[in-house]
Design a protein around this ligand. Sequence first.
Ligand code: UT7
Length: 340
Amino acid sequence: MNIYSRITGTGSYLPPNRLTNQDLVDQLAAKGIETSDEWIVERTGISARHFASPEVSSSDLAFEACIRALKSAGRAVSDVDLIIVATSTPDMVFPSTATILQHKLTQAALAEGAEHGAAGCPAFDVQAVCSGFIYALTVADAMVRAGSAHCALVVGAEVFSRILDFNDRTTCVLFGDGAGAVVLEATRHEGHGSGILATDIHADGKHREILCTPGTVVGGQVMGDPTLKMDGPAVFKLAVGLLDSAARAVLEKSGVSLEELDWLVPHQANIRIMQSTAKKLKLGPDRVVVTVHEHGNTSAASIPLALDHAVHNGQIQEGQIVLLEGVGGGFTWGAVLLRM
Ligand code: UT7
């Protein structure tokens, strides 16, 4: 008998403040910046995004997503023995958002009368920007298969609205805030027919400058520009090829054919990137989960948000084969193939 990891529950959370393209167009027009609903929809597929209010942080969004994921898995906070948060918009420089989340989950469990929460289990952040959730799931899968965790919370949570330059129309219309989480549990069985079937992650720092937030903190002051910079067309071109290679790598590693694949859940950055990737893989639009129109690009949160959306609206069913794939700053990229 071998140990494998399996997603047993999913959850997500969007802050209530929803901004349509027109809301953003009006706000930008007041500053003399010209854009339009038509341009945003046509070039990206985005119609709306959610922005967290100033007092809400990534750990707050993560907390709500985790409570929902635990409920859907039928697990309690006290069952959790590993917490990994993928984020590029952490609450603080340190401690990690994962430890802050761990404390919030524990406090909530104790307040509800539980004897203990998740205190004591390992909790750490993963920083791989929009590929963060793929990286986090890959690490969690390895820890579960090694026997060092049995019930992991793997989370993507972002407040990208905090790092946007609202004077730059080429980036500020693209991103949103949100969180998604999965419960990943150990399962023992012969062969390898369920749960996570294969993972594949990569990075190449030579592309670090085409998508970055270059500022840092020195002597208590922000040094450099702390807002997101992107060469959109260069990122677009790289993304399609890298996503295709990551998708093919996990299929090859697992021996699953493209025909057997039920769903592609890509990073939700731009509908045209998703369509190009699906076309290269010869997958029809009916096999691609799309949420970018409602969420915008939520970076590390985008894949678990889309996955949870598709599970809860009945698109993704138990037993189906699902390919998750992401690409982001660094550059980082990767894919996870799993049977739900
Ligand atoms: O999550 C990490 C991965 N990130 C991504 O995958 C993003 C990848 N890139 C993209 O999604 C696209 O490149 C963008 C959506 C960012 C841009 O779309 P594009 O089709 O590549 O447009 P472009 O940058 O080539 O710009 C076309 C035109 C330009 O005007 P000119 O030079 O042709 O006169 C831009 O100035 O569109 C203009 N433009 C805008 N116009 C109205 C750029 N942003 C806007 C805007 N509203 N918001």
